[in-house]
Design a protein. Sequence first.
Length: 261
Amino acid sequence: MFLKDRTALVTGSTSGIGLAYARALAAEGANVVINGFGETDAIEKERAGIEADFKVKARYSAANMMKPDEIAAMIAEAEKEFGAIDILVNNAGIQHVAPVDEFPIEKWDQIIAINLTSAFHTTRAALPKMKAKGWGRIINTASAHAFVASPFKSAYVSAKHGIAGFTKTVALEVATHGITVNAIAPGYVWTPLVEKQIPDTMKARGLTKEQVINDVLLLAQPTKEFVTVEQVAALAVFLCTDAAKSITGTTLPMDGGWTAA
Ligand code: NAD
């Protein structure tokens, strides 16, 4: 329970990796603010489940990560209740798969806004209180696509390369404040985000579902296994420990060897 009396805010945590981060941080005693879209009842079940399972406070913010004013309000509300956000996890993300010359302009703008720019807005708003406490952890979900590209994912690859640069920059700016800033770069993790891109990839490449899973998604992953959300969340928990206080400015791969190739 080394995170007792800490507060973690995880964007995009109604599902997938974000929900796993929120539950793993709560399991160590942190109060959590979850965020994201979904059915009201399902979100409330997850929120109440965190409180019941881990005896912490769990709040939900419906802030849209495409809207700077909603992001500012989410951070202000969390700080009002908890004093400061000690652990900020920028995780919200979407994907769209299409050739660049057919890439819908609004999809490009959405991906850059949610996967990259929202981290700027949350970070700039949360940093002053973190600095005042002299302790903080900022953890950004990057991707193997922060290091390498795949065709038809121009916006996503651009946003993920961008988040790696943002991570380094902020880490340097706050290095003497007891705040570390890192990104985790998973390979393919089995979540709704991955499941949803299978039909588009089938269309873009003319493949069956099985071919997309084995010949596209897991082709690059030498372990031939999906990363699990629990593994990703465990690395985030480690980054919050004192043992990890000298790890800053990094983008840490957890990709079954993908980017070693
Ligand atoms: P997911 O679809 O399960 O979860 C995405 C979350 O973001 C959901 O909670 C969703 O409601 C939320 N979200 C989407 N748009 C939002 C918006 N405008 N405002 C607020 N919340 C919004 O996906 P996931 O696989 O868990 O992805 C989480 C992160 O992990 C993303 O940044 C993604 O790029 C990254 N990632 C995923 C994989 C993978 O294989 N699944 C690999 C590498 C990186």
